[in-house]
Design a protein around this ligand. Structure first.
Ligand code: TXA
Ligand code: MG
Length: 360
């Protein structure tokens, strides 16, 4: 049975005891919910892969409560990592750093680097402080499903398989952390776009007088493709990610074209089929009422933040509503908008090479 824990400090005691026993606990972070295990207990970490149905060559992030604890997990700490940690931790940034020798290889998938993050969510920090050790945690979804951004999303995927879910409400950011690779030598590389933009990180490095160039993916919203037998450097490089059961398609950019496209798909919809659309509130207000149409919206103000916050949850909601197809509005811009487009294109069934051109 899976128990939902609510509230703060007292409620965390059973979760901490479960982690001590080598069991798994789902907990909220500011990005998405994590599926946590004692990061230094190989058997506990192994359980994460079993419960998620996750391929074992995909490494996990270690979460800690402070910078001091983070550095204990590293063989050495590049100066750039110290600067970025001071600026962005606690927060939605994961740094891939040279791994200390005591980190179990089940965490790193045998690599000599480890992903580390100090989350800023108060419940995550309280859990980490009470547990007093690194917690290994991927997103708390079944492998291949959209990352969970509410406790109920976690329950939907993992009910009966883990003893506790700590309910911290809806995650603020809604997409996973930015991942930056910082090798001891060589150039810094963005492995996954997130809430922390490349430009912000470059600015922080420059202000500290360090070399400030971060290698970006070849195409703006995507990550380089790898050969199937190469170890993945970041999620989505090799495995299908973030996908709801329904087919996801990208709408055109202009609001009037979005409406036209939605009406067109609606008019060709076969009997008993349902269409989900995820658009701005402004576009939604111009759509007709139709029993085959399910509409979820984000506000036009701060559209990037708002759209990212609700994206994965809208995928899951459309699945629950038995939608066969989902049409989603693109968002232009840098930072969180890039992260949103990256997740959206990975979830969509469109050929990635055609990127933004592949529209409804
Ligand atoms: O926001 C987040 O990062 C969330 C919350 C729970 O912290 N976690 C998360 O974990 O998204 P996950 O496992 O779903 O994605 C982390 C990805 C892994 O899939 C892996 O590809 C990459 O980080 N990663 C971890 N360690 C790495 C390493 N040593 N080298 C390269 N990539 C690594
Ligand atoms: Mg994940």
């Amino acid at each position: 049975m899976t128990v939902m824990l609510r509230g703060y400090q007292d409620a965390l005691d059973p979760a901490v005891s479960a982690l001590d026993r080598g069991e798994l606990v789902a907990f909220p972070t500011e990005t998405v919910y994590g599926l946590g295990a004692d990061g230094l207990n190989p058997d506990a970490v192994h359980r994460i892969f079993l419960v998620k149905g996750r391929p074992q060559d995909n490494p996990l992030i270690l979460h800690v409560a402070s910078l001091e604890e983070a550095w204990k997990l590293c063989r050495e700490v590049p100066e750039a990592a110290r600067v970025l940690a001071e600026r962005f931790w606690p927060g939605p940034l994961t740094m891939v750093l040279p791994a200390a020798h005591h980190i179990p290889s089940v965490v790193t998938a045998g690599l000599d680097t480890v992903g580390i993050r100090v989350p800023s969510h108060p419940i995550a920090l309280k859990l980490l402080r009470s547990f007093a050790g690194p917690i290994a945690a991927p997103s708390a979804n079944r492998s291949g499903r959209p990352s969970p951004t509410t406790a109920l999303d976690v329950l939907e995927d993992l009910e009966g398989q883990i003893p506790y879910i700590i309910d911290g409400g809806s995650c603020d950011v809604g997409v996973e952390s930015t991942i930056l690779s910082i090798p001891d030598q060589g150039s810094l590389q963005l492995l996954r776009p997130g809430r922390i933009a490349v430009q912000e990180m470059e600015d922080a490095l420059q202000a500290a007088g360090l070399p400030a160039t971060i290698q970006r993916p070849r195409s703006k919203y995507d990550l380089p493709e790898l050969d199937a037998d190469e170890a993945p450097q970041a999620p989505g490089m090799k495995y299908r990610h973030y996908a709801p059961r329904a087919q996801v398609l990208l709408l055109p950019e202009a609001p009037s074209e979005q409406i036209e496209a939605i009406l067109d798909v609606l008019s060709h919809l076969k009997a008993h089929r349902r269409l989900g659309v995820y658009v701005s509130d402004r576009v939604a207000s111009r759509l007709p009422k139709n029993p085959a149409l399910e509409i979820l919206t984000f506000t036009c103000e701060n559209a990037g933040e708002a759209a990212a916050h609700g994206l994965f949850h809208s995928f899951r909601t459309f699945d629950r509503l038995n939608c066969d197809q989902i049409l989603v509005a693109p968002i232009a811009g840098d930072g969180i908008a890039t992260a949103y487009m990256n997740r959206l294109l990975k979830a969509s069934s469109q050929p990635r090479s055609s990127g933004n051109d592949a529209k409804v």
